[in-house]
Every structure is written in structure tokens, then in C-alpha cells.
Write a new protein. Sequence first.
Lengths: 110, 113
Amino acid sequence: GQNIDQPTEMTATEGAIVQINCTYQTSGFNGLFWYQQHAGEAPTFLSYNVLDGLEEKGRFSSFLSRSKGYSYLLLKELQMKDSASYLCAVNSGGYQKVTFGTGTKLQVIP
Amino acid sequence: DTAVSQTPKYLVTQMGNDKSIKCEQNLGHDTMYWYKQDSKKFLKIMFSYNNKELIINETVPNRFSPKSPDKAHLNLHINSLELGDSAVYFCASSQSMASPEQFFGPGTRLTVL
């Protein structure tokens, strides 16, 4: 089976940096996603990490350590519009099955 | 020019009824998915299709029957609806099974009374 853990809720201040952690246990690991989901909307793709290390994309960066079963999403220069749920998801198996964590609800406060 | 569209957006129905949700993508993708997101916001894969062929069926009750008439469409038919079926259902597509990025539709909020 698969197990994906991430904090349920986080609060951070506008302009600050926040790190959202995700740990996972799986077999046949292919890669790890981060998606953003605003309330009442569909998830939108942020990043996909296959190899270990940090990948930066504008204000968002995603890190992966396959040996530790660990990833984080780093959001810099937080804006109010970053208030959303952030979903960690693992791609595994030959059929590229994607399993989502329960998501971290981030609230950005002034 | 919506990439992945679903109809209807909202669906309210009585227990025991049969209903369908339609999904279409105009991205030319080969692979399509159905996800269920429950009241706790947990997003779970139900089915995936690649070029109209069923690839993943995640132990979903057989009251749920996906149908893919062509690779641009993946419809979901639900028989004998139950209270526990109330959720938001998302359709998604990706370029191929090997392509990581999935594009999600706007979701269909199903409420079973």
C-alpha cells in the first residue's frame, strides 16, 4: 500500500517563506507531484520531481529525497492569493498510478 | 476553449437514481482519469483510461461504470446512487500514461439526498 503524510493546516505571513513537508512510503516510485487547489476549484499542477534535489520555478521550489521518502514545497514571497490547499501526490507502478495525500491547507495572513 | 470540461457542474439527486457525468478534453491527450474528492478534501483516483482502454480501476463499486467512446471523452455513469456517493468528481487528462502533468476539469459536485 501507500502512505502519504503532510500537515493538515499551516499559517504564514504575507511576504514570508513557508515550507510544506510531505513524507511517503510506496513501492515502484516514479515521481512526486505538488498541486495547488483553491477552495471550490480544480487542482492545478505546480511541480513534478523524479530525481533527488531541488527544482525551482519562480517563487515555488520543490525538493525530493527518494532515499528518505521526503519532499517539500517551498513558497517564497508569500502573497494572499497563495492561500490554498497544497496536495502532495506520488506516481508509482507501471501504470503510473497517482495517489494523493490529504493536502495542506495554507492560510496567508497580512 | 476550455481544455477539460465536465457537465453538469452541480448535480442534486435522490438516493437510488441513476446519473451520468460527462467529460471532454480538447488537448489531444491519450489518457483520461476520474477522481473523487470527499468532504474531507481527500482526492482519490477511481479510473484511468488510455486510448479508450481501461488501465486503472481502483476497487470502485460496480455501480460506477466509466465509458470512453473516443479518447477525447470519458463519461461516468453511476447506478443506484447512495448517500456516500456525495462528493466532487474531477475528470483529468494527461498527454500519455508516461506524462506526469494532469490537467483537471472544473469538477462536478454531486449531492445525493
